[in-house]
Design a binder for this molecule. Sequence first.
Ligand code: NAI
Length: 349
Amino acid sequence: MNSLAEQVKQAHRITLIPGDGIGPEVTEAVVAILEAAGRKTGCSFDWHRHDAGADAFEKSGEYIPKALYQSIEQNRVALKGPVTTPIGGGFASINVTLRKKFDLYANFRPIKNLPGLKTNYPGVDLIIFRENTEDLYAGLEVMVVPGVAQSLKIITEKGSTRIAKAAFEYARKHGRKRIHAIHKANIMKLTDGLFLDCARKVAAGFPEIEYKEHIVDNTCMQLVLNPYQYDILLTENLYGDILSDLCSAFVGGLGLVPGANLGAECAVFEAVHGSAPDIAGKDLANPTALLQSAVLMLHHIDEPATADVVQQALEHVYGEGKTLTRDVGGSSGTRAFADAVIDAMSSTR
Ligand code: NAI
C-alpha cells in the first residue's frame, strides 16, 4: 500500500511528442509501461501530447506548433518519439530546431549491454557526450552559386567548454575513469583545434580523470577492434551523431540505445534511432530505446523507484528472452513486448 504522501503526490507534467513512423507505436508502448510502473510506486503522469513535423503541419500549418513550444517551456521535460526529416529539401529537422530553441546543448547517450541479450561485444559500457547545437549538424548552408554549395562549421569556445564540463562533471560524479575527446584537428585545425583547446582546459580541473584524444576516423576502427578501451567519448555534434549509431551495434542495435538532450532549463528525452519508415505501422519496432530514455527521464524528475521498477522489469524480459522483438532475434511485436515488461513488474518486485 502506498503511503499517503505518495498518494497525494502531484502528477508529473510531461510533454509527449509521439513523432511519426514508428514513433507513435513505441511511444504508446512506453507510456503504458510507465503508467503501470507508476501505479506500483505512487508516481503519476500528466501527459501533454503534441504533434511535430509533417503531421503537425497538416493539422496546424506549423511544423512545430506554438503550443508545443509553450508546453516544453512550462513543463521543462519532454519525452519524444522520432520525427522524419526530409532528405535533400523540405523543412528543417524538428530535432535540430528543438535542440537549438531550448539550448539543449548536451546530448547524453549511454551505450550499455542489457543483461541477458547476447551480442558480439558483451559488457560494453561507454557514454557519448555530444555537443548538440553547433558544428556542421546545425545545417547552416547556402548555395554559393549554382553547382557550389557551402555548409558552415561553427565551433565556439562557449559551446565546446560547456559540453566538456558536462562530460567531466558527470565523470567525477559517477566515478568514470577516462574521457577521450574525438576530433579531426589535424585537418580542421581551427574548429576542431578550438574544441580540443577547450577540452584540455576543462580536463586540467579534473586531474583524477584520464584525458586522451583520438582522431575520429581512427576512433571508428578502434571502437570496432576494442570498444572496452573507451569510457566516455566527448564529441562535436556530427561525429557524435555518427559514432552513436556505430556504438549502438555493440549492444544490439538502434532499438536499444537511449538518449537525453539536456539544457540548463529543459530536457528532452529521446531514443538515438529515427522514425524507421521501413518497419513503421507493422508492430515490429523495439520500444526499448525509448523506454530506456524514459528511465533516464524518471531519474531526471527524481523518480528513482519508478525508474528501478521499469529497468528491472525490462532486464527480466531480456533475461528470459522469450518475448523479444525481431531486431534482437525474437519474434514478438511491439505491443507483446510492452505487455511482457508490464507483466514482469509483478515478478520482479
Ligand atoms: P532509423 O534509425 O530510423 O533506422 C535505421 C535502421 O534501424 C532501420 O533499418 C530501422 O528499421 C532500424 N531501427 C531503428 N529503430 C528501430 C527500433 N526501435 N526497432 C527496430 N528497428 C529499428 O534511421 P534512418 O532510416 O536513417 O532515418 C529515418 C528517418 O528518421 C529520417 O527522416 C531521419 O531524419 C529521422 N531521424 C530522426 C531522429 C529523431 O527524431 N531523433 C533521429 C535519427 C533519424
